[in-house]
Design a protein around this ligand. Structure first.
Ligand SMILES: Cc1ncc(COP(=O)(O)O)c(C=O)c1O
Length: 385
């Protein structure tokens, strides 16, 4: 086991938790489609009793993802939102959370429209300046919840700085690492306490299954989350666990191409006369380019750009043939979305204006198709503006 931990990322992605099946030698983890398990006598079993509590396919995925993020354990859930909900279920009424003000729209929707009814308190600040986090802390602050880069404005937060603030104030730092994947960013190594992903995105990578994971830095967190899996039941199915196990095997290879294509598309957009502004941490004029180089080992493939208006955005999007207009990100195909009417519609016009999210913004998740085809497609779309 120790030897495996020292192996490189791509090796761990393929092998950790994915040992050949001891019964048959199958190189792929079997999908254990069994709700229950035969017991040899009262209290005598092989470690499995009922699949809401634990399942062998799920165990393998949880071992794999913990290894990739450098955590002690991980727990997987039926979607990214279910994973985020599980984290907040570790809090109690009266607890306060400081959040980034530019999160995936579904996260503040859960916090504001569901969880405040249970007595949890949330405040939102621009976490790209760590001082704002410190100022927002209260006596009852238990967690600081950030995404870096943010969605869709691609602002970064200095995780080491924020982790120090959290430690001094006995709050836990939770990082949604969906945009970068553990291949390019490892928040636990920078001082975060828990990492969450929508596995729906880069980890699974093929836009075909939903899922979420929380990677823990302590066994205590992992035990509490396992208890929540058992009590609330928002677990990932064995089939979808298998899909993520299959997806992560190519994570390193896919991320290299995503990153290469992402950099080239960002350069193309930055030099295009119809594009008013490009938000991508890999560009030298990104205000936190230096932090990006320090904190991440690649810049990824998430890019946001300004077309000037909703009309321009729509004209461009309608022309595209290679890039698919749709919600989500992180798949092998290039996905392009309009945050104001899709992922961030729930923020409302006022909420979007407050963070600078305009109607002309378009977000692109650059896929791993041939670069020239993506560029030609964008050129054709932009010509319609
Ligand atoms: C950054 C981020 N976190 C969390 C989520 C929620 O994940 P899911 O759709 O798997 O519930 C999303 C979904 O788009 C996301 O983009």
């Amino acid at each position: 086991m120790k030897k495996k931990k020292q192996a490189g990322f791509a090796t761990r992605a393929i092998h950790d938790g994915q040992q050949p099946d001891p019964l048959t030698g199958a190189v792929n983890v079997p999908i254990y489609l069994s709700s229950t398990y035969v017991q040899q006598g009262i209290g005598e079993h092989k470690g499995y009793e009922y699949s809401r509590v634990s399942n062998p396919t799920r165990d393998r995925l949880e071992e794999n993802l913990a290894s990739l993020e450098g955590g002690v354990a991980s727990r997987v859930f039926g979607s990214g939102m279910a994973a985020i909900n599980a984290i907040t279920s570790m809090l109690k009424s009266g607890d306060h959370v400081v959040c980034g003000n530019d999160l995936y729209g579904g996260t503040p929707r859960l916090f504001n429209q569901v969880l405040t009814a249970f007595g949890l308190e949330f405040s939102y600040v621009d976490t790209s300046d760590a001082k704002n986090v410190e100022k927002a802390l209260r006596k009852n602050t238990r967690m600081v919840y950030v995404e870096t880069p943010t969605n869709p404005l691609m602002r970064l937060s200095d995780l080491q700085e924020i982790a120090k603030i959290c430690r001094r104030n006995k709050a836990e730092l939770i990082v949604d690492n969906t945009f970068m994947s553990p291949y390019f960013q490892q928040p636990l190594a920078l001082g975060a306490d828990m990492v969450v992903h929508s596995t729906t995105k880069f980890l699974n990578g093929h836009s075909d299954g939903l899922g979420g994971v929380v990677v823990c830095s302590t066994q205590d967190q992992a035990d509490k989350l396992a208890f929540l899996q058992k009590c609330a039941g928002a677990i990932l199915s064995p089939f979808e666990c298998w899909m993520v196990l299959r997806g992560v095997k190519t994570l390193a290879a896919r991320m290299e191409i995503h990153d290469r294509n992402g950099r080239a598309v960002a350069d193309f957009l930055a030099n295009h006369k119809k594009v008013k502004k490009v938000f991508y941490p890999g560009l030298a004029d990104h205000p936190q380019h230096e932090l990006a180089k320090r904190q991440m080992s690649g810049f990824g493939s998430m890019i946001t750009f300004e077309t000037g208006s909703l009309k321009n955005a729509n004209r461009m999007l309608k022309k595209l043939q290679v890039c698919s207009l749709g919600e989500s990100l992180g798949g092998v195909e290039t996905l392009i979305s309009h945050p104001a009417t899709m992922t961030h519609a729930a923020l409302g016009e006022k909420g979007r204006k407050a963070i600078g999210l305009t109607d002309g913004l378009v977000r692109i998740s650059v896929g791993i198709e041939d670069l020239q085809d993506i560029l030609n497609d964008l050129e054709m779309g932009l010509a319609a503006i």
